[in-house]
Ligand binder design. Structure first.
Ligand code: PEP
Ligand code: MG
Length: 325
């Protein structure tokens, strides 16, 4: 099967009924980059910048960050790279950067919250990204946004860095795309404002599922209790895709869900046309979608999601569709 997937590398990801799907990979270190070509991913949908921080024994300096991003972009060879600003705190611990002990770290001082309280850290990172991408395309996004005002604040900081660099005659990215990760359920009721405030949205389904279902993602005893393919979560995802379509905002999803063929199929069924996963999943997911009739799938998924008397689990509905098509 490995061989079979390898053969699909250069095959365009188009469903049987002509829907073009963007398959991206997740990454976080330079060693991940060769997998872009090996897997045939179109680009990187999630680059976890905190990994550079997590493997270092001291805070990476501005120049080190810039050099790192420059190398990533160089090795990506023109394929899109979506950098995520620091997502530390919660389950991601950086030894030399300690906040106070927290009773609920997942709900605590993390990601964008920490970034907005330590703007020096964030501005250093934004500046390093802008410099590294001079003359190229820079795509970046911010994790764990709860209120739209937060993302507006980051955008202002980014604008300041752009002005600062241009004032000092630095080259700037040829194109800049700014996005938010949708991981906190509160954003579901701010979808239109959110889409106005960003160029794209990326669903972090690991965290969104954790917060939507109130299950600790690291606690197998409860995290496996509920199925992300069951109606509540799939309806949430469908609402997001609809909100994005209404606002003509590009939307992607970069959590673990995208990496399993049946779950990836469910994502296509609720309307996603771009998903990001581990490099190893690109082949299996592509093999799945090449044989897929996306229109028939959407119809089957909508029917099953809208049926308020439904008793058949969604996973069975999906598996049945996969078998019969
Ligand atoms: C997510 O939450 O789904 C996600 C992609 O980010 P991480 O797993 O790094 O929290
Ligand atoms: Mg997350």
């Amino acid at each position: 099967r490995q061989e079979q997937f390898r053969a699909l590398r250069s095959v365009e990801p188009v469903t049987r009924d002509g829907q073009r799907i963007q398959l991206l990979m997740n990454a976080g270190l330079l060693v991940d980059l060769p997998q872009l070509a090996e897997s045939g991913a179109e680009g990187i949908g999630l680059f976890r910048t905190e990994l550079q921080f997590m493997i270092a024994s001291t805070m990476p300096k501005a120049e080190e960050q810039e050099m790192f991003y420059r190398n990533v972009l160089k090795q990506a060879g023109g394929r899109v790279v979506t950098f995520r600003t620091l997502d530390i705190g919660g389950d991601k611990v950086v030894p030399y950067f300690r906040g106070h002990e927290e009773e609920n770290p997942a709900l605590g001082w993390r990601a964008i919250r920490l970034s907005l309280d330590r703007p020096g850290l964030l501005r250093t990172q934004l500046r390093a990204m802008l410099k590294a991408a001079a003359g190229a395309e820079l795509k970046l996004m911010v994790p764990m946004v709860t209120e739209v005002s937060e993302i507006r604040q980051v955008r202002e900081l980014l604008q300041k860095e752009v002005q600062h660099l241009s004032r000092f005659g630095h080259g700037l990215p040829r194109k800049l795309q700014f996005g938010a990760m949708l991981e906190v359920p509160a954003l579901l009721w701010q979808l239109d404002e959110l889409m106005d405030a960003v160029d794209f949205v990326s669903v972090g389904s690991n965290d969104l599922f954790q917060f939507a279902m109130a299950v600790d993602r690291g606690n197998a005893r409860v995290s496996e209790r509920f199925d992300p393919l069951e109606r509540p979560f799939l309806r949430i995802l469908r609402d997001i895709v609809r909100g994005a379509a209404r606002n003509k905002t590009p939307v992607t999803l970069c959590g673990e869900l995208a990496g399993k063929p049946l779950s990836a199929m469910a994502l296509l069924g609720v309307g996603f046309r771009s998903i990001s996963m581990s490099a190893a999943s690109i082949g299996p997911v592509k093999a799945m979608l090449l044989g897929l009739n996306a229109e028939a799938l959407t119809k089957a998924v909508d029917e099953a999601l809208d049926d308020r008397n439904a008793t058949v689990p969604m996973r069975e509905v999906l598996a049945h569709f996969a078998e019969s098509h």
